[in-house]
Design a protein around this ligand. Structure first.
Ligand SMILES: Cc1cc2nc3c(=O)[nH]c(=O)nc-3n(C[C@H](O)[C@H](O)[C@H](O)COP(=O)(O)O)c2cc1C
Length: 136
């Protein structure tokens, strides 16, 4: 993987919902599409899906991360995209892009809380990493 220097590293953390009528099976396609594309752009991070909600942190060169976020925002496979935290990053939090699954969580209150927490929500999300079923 091409991991450029730490210059202008940037991260975005957001949540969204699987679009109504969209099969959860579409997520396998997103992962297949993303793994190589992210590696090519020096983007690393973590995408978690629980059957309904997505939570994703992406990090890398600022232009690449913002360009990717533009495409993700326009993607009709999910709705209700809300950026929880965005900012410059002194050093990567991860050296790979990973996708994982978490227990289904119907409780939208948890997502509301995370949206309101900003960076603290991101840190909580990353701290929960051991509980996710990560597929590489
Ligand atoms: C929840 C979600 C997460 C996604 N994550 C990524 C990602 O990390 N990297 C990526 O290249 N595409 C990701 N995609 C797919 C992009 O939205 C988009 O389809 C892809 O960048 C190709 O865009 P293009 O067809 O405009 O070239 C994601 C889509 C969804 C719905």
């Amino acid at each position: 993987m091409n991991l450029p220097s730490a210059e202008h590293l940037h991260e975005i953390f957001y949540c969204s919902l699987l679009a109504p009528g969209e099969s959860p099976r579409t997520v396998a396609g997103i992962l297949a599409q993303s793994r190589q594309a992210n590696a090519d752009k020096g983007i690393t991070g973590l995408l978690i899906f629980d059957g309904l909600h997505f939570l994703q942190q992406v990090e890398g060169p600022r232009d690449q991360v913002q360009g990717l976020m533009g495409r993700i925002t326009a993607d009709p496979r999910h709705v209700g995209i809300r950026v929880i935290f965005e900012g410059p990053l002194p050093a990567r939090r991860s050296n790979v892009f990973e996708m994982g699954y978490s227990e289904p969580d119907e409780d939208d209150v948890l997502y509301e809380r995370m949206v309101n927490e900003g960076e603290a929500g991101l840190l909580r999300f990353l701290a929960q990493r051991p509980s996710y079923d990560i597929r590489r």
